[in-house]
Design a protein around this ligand. Structure first.
Ligand code: IPE
Ligand code: IPE
Ligand code: MG
Length: 250
């Protein structure tokens, strides 16, 4: 029996974020170049996107390329960027068929022109889809995003469109790249690494974290169900105590 049947359909997280890690190690285990791992990772992306949309997840954010990943060997960066363009090209049709809207967060202007143009084209072509929003984090890092937000806010103070006491949590959220999306309730990282690697630091303040040893190219629908099943069996207390959540009089 699939874990899918055990999921509580009323408790599906509306936003899941995934740090897709382990492509290089997966390839190495098979005596292949790292790029082979990235290519196979695309199959996992396809499966995960399909599974998430099917069960009613509304936002899925995938960490595809970090600001720090620019420091990898040029060959690998180039291969990742061509793979990205190729994948976006090939998958737009499927996104439309499944009613999925594509969005992107990160320093998109740092992408090569070709990559940037393909991405924008796919974003426009899928803009009216409404089943799920797929958000690619590209040339993204959370500290970059937060610096960017602070600059935007500082400019609004400079030109006197706001005063400093209007800065609150909602205002900061509204100046991040993720302004139009709710915070993720569940963050998954594959490949057995227990770190966040500069991903959505502000947004995951109360996310449930799920770490799996599965390398990203091996990640399949069942692995996503497993993470959601685990999530559904946790108690999210948000600082309160259990009894308050159960509505007991205390
Ligand atoms: C994740 O896999 C993909 C990207 C970061 C682009 P890695 O390439 O980091 O694979 P490992 O962690 O070296 O195995
Ligand atoms: C995080 O993976 C970035 C992405 C998945 C895109 P990394 O493999 O780059 O992270 P570190 O360097 O191991 O922390
Ligand atoms: Mg890695």
């Amino acid at each position: 029996m699939s874990l899918k049947d055990k999921l509580d359909k009323n408790k599906i997280p509306q936003h899941i974020a995934i740090i897709m890690d382990g492509n290089g190690r997966w390839a190495k285990q098979r005596q292949h170049e790292r790029t082979f791992g990235h290519e196979n990772g695309v199959i996992s992306v396809r499966e995960t996107v399909e599974a998430a949309a099917e069960i009613g997840v509304k936002f899925l954010t995938l960490y595809a390329f970090s600001t720090e990943n620019w420091n990898r060997p040029k060959d690998e960066v180039d291969a990742l960027m061509s793979l990205l363009v190729k994948t976006i090209n090939e998958e737009t049709k499927t996104l439309n068929k499944n009613n999925i809207r594509l969005q992107a967060i990160g320093d998109l202007e740092s992408l090569e022109k070709d990559t940037y143009n393909e991405l924008q084209k796919a974003i426009e072509n899928t803009a009216t889809n409404s089943q799920m929003t797929l958000i690619l984090a590209l040339s993204y890092s959370s500290r970059w995003e937060i610096c960017n937000a602070i600059q935007k806010i500082a400019k609004q103070i400079e030109n006197k469109s706001i005063t400093s006491n209007e800065i609150n949590q909602d205002f900061i959220s509204a100046n991040l790249n993720t302004a139009n999306y709710p915070d993720p309730e569940l963050l998954i990282r594959t490949s057995g690494e227990y770190r966040i690697s500069n991903f959505l630091l502000w947004q995951i303040a109360y996310a449930e974290l799920f770490f799996t040893p599965v390398l990203w190219p091996d990640f399949r629908k069942e692995n996503l169900y497993e993470a959601i099943f685990d999530f559904q069996n946790r108690e999210r207390r948000f600082g309160k105590i259990s009894e308050q959540l159960l509505n007991f009089k205390i």
